[in-house]
Design a protein around this ligand. Structure first.
Ligand code: GAR
Length: 207
């Protein structure tokens, strides 16, 4: 069975979607550890309620990014994880970390990549930018994580309509409900079943 590790920073609704899919048997795997860079992330409470090990590992605890990433790598390797999900994780890690788990890290991003992504585009900021631009359709993307910011191979995307009168908060909620909580667990399910192949930076789905 696939051992899954998670990195989180916030409320953890995406983590909840994965935990629910594991509990219902949709995902053939087990979340073995949830790590946050923020001590007060509600995602950690959600994990505890599900009897999953939690840890706080932050850059603040180390004198360099290198040492921080060494600690993260050690944490996940020692738990023998085969997949790491970035479930609302707001830190950009370097190639040191991403190379240690090549094609074994999946991120959820709240836009249709390559729109509104990369450095500075995270959480509510993504939806603010989409509304400022006046796009009529937005959505979410699940992708493998490489050493760039939101540049890795795309696994799945789902479009969501922008509606008249949307605020960033309203749009964020719609994107989560209609797209993120659907495609993220689905991508993890496919990964756990060995159905995602990466070739030349493109993800192919095999049956
Ligand atoms: C989600 O919308 C997620 O896609 C986004 O932050 C929110 C976290 O919510 N992630 C990023 O912006 C990553 N660059 P959650 O903690 O409730 O899952």
């Amino acid at each position: 069975m696939l051992k899954i590790g998670a990195l989180v920073s916030g409320g953890g609704t995406n983590l909840q979607a994965i935990m629910d899919a594991v509990d219902s048997g949709d995902i053939d795997g087990k979340i073995v550890t949830v790590v946050s860079n923020r001590k007060d992330a509600y995602a950690l409470e959600r994990a505890k309620k599900n009897n999953i090990e939690t840890a706080w590992i932050s850059k603040k605890q180390f004198s360099s990014v290198d040492e921080y990433e060494d600690a993260l790598i050690e944490h996940f390797k020692s738990r023998d994880v085969g997949l790491i999900v970035f479930a609302g994780f707001m830190v950009i890690l370097t190639s040191k970390f991403t190379d240690a788990f090549k094609n074994k890290i999946i991120n959820i991003h709240p836009s249709l990549i390559p729109s509104f992504c990369g450095q500075g585009f995270y959480g509510l900021k993504v939806h603010e930018a989409a509304l400022e631009k006046g796009v009529k359709v937005t959505g979410a993307t699940v992708h493998f994580v490489d050493s760039g910011a939101d540049t890795g191979p795309i696994i799945a995307q789902k479009a969501v309509e922008v509606e008249e009168g949307d605020t960033p908060e309203i749009l964020q909620k719609r994107v989560m409900e209609q797209a993120e909580w659907v495609i993220f667990p689905e991508a993890v399910r496919l990964f756990a079943e060995g159905k995602l192949i990466v070739e030349n930076n493109i993800v192919r789905r095999v049956e």
